[in-house]
Design a protein around this ligand. Structure first.
Ligand code: IYR
Length: 225
């Protein structure tokens, strides 16, 4: 590997994989077709998934860019049924209050086509839960480490995570019970980590139906200059 010191810091030669235009077009189309088959799934099969798949998916999320390369994320991987049960009970408690009194009528009406409610059986049925924590700052021993663009960085990592779950052939739902500080307690996370997103991961239940909803067309999302 070719190395060079630039402005006092070590650099490695970047090996760029370039494709002919035709292949470039084909690759972008194939990736879009693959990603466009992703659907949010709320009904899971309880079948197990090889743990190494989950580890590879988390490694993929960890390839995301981050502010000053601080990688301000922690991924908790849960398969212990007792912990899943605790998470379900706490999440449903919050969700029940949200649906009964915290969410506006407009919000609940916007969710009707998606068929959501306070019950979250997938938190126990899915073989794995991934809880993503954002690190507001880092800790090296007793020393606080400054982190930057934490929400953006962790959001991008979650995008990578969701794409990796789908690409591997598994399904998920981006679940954000609100408030979700119960996750810090159950998972015993330090105070510089805040829960960001909860993703059940597994196979879909057989004969699952998904809402008949559509994605915006290119003309609706692209403005060219
Ligand atoms: N967190 C709740 C409500 C919810 C909110 C939005 I915005 C959604 O897109 C879906 C659900 C729940 O998980 O049911």
């Amino acid at each position: 590997m070719e190395k060079k010191i630039i402005k006092g810091f070590p650099h490695l030669k970047f090996e760029h994989q370039e494709y002919a235009e035709e292949e470039l077009i084909q690759r972008s189309d194939e990736f879009y077709q693959m990603m466009n088959r992703r659907r949010t799934i709320r009904e899971f099969d309880d079948r197990d998934v090889p743990r190494e798949v989950l580890e590879k998916i988390i490694l993929t999320a960890g390839t995301a860019p981050s502010g000053a390369h601080k990688q301000p994320w922690t991924f908790c991987l849960i398969s212990d049924p007792k912990i899943k049960q605790k998470i379900r009970e706490a999440a449903e408690e919050e969700e029940r209050i949200s649906y009964e009194s915290r969410m506006t009528e407009t919000w609940k009406s916007d969710l009707k086509p998606l068929g959501t409610d306070w019950e979250k059986p997938f938190l126990e049925i899915a073989p794995y839960l991934i809880v993503v924590f954002k690190q507001s700052y880092g800790m090296e021993g007793d020393e606080k480490i400054q982190h930057y663009y934490v929400n953006e960085s962790v959001g991008i990592a979650c995008g990578f995570l969701i794409a990796a779950i789908h690409q591997a052939g598994l399904v998920t739902v981006t679940h954000t019970p609100s408030p979700m500080n119960f996750l810090s307690e159950i998972l015993n996370r330090p105070k510089h980590e805040k829960p960001y997103l909860l993703l059940p991961v597994g196979y879909p239940k057989k004969e699952t139906f998904v809402p008949d909803i559509h994605r915006k067309k290119l003309e609706e999302i692209l403005i060219s200059y």
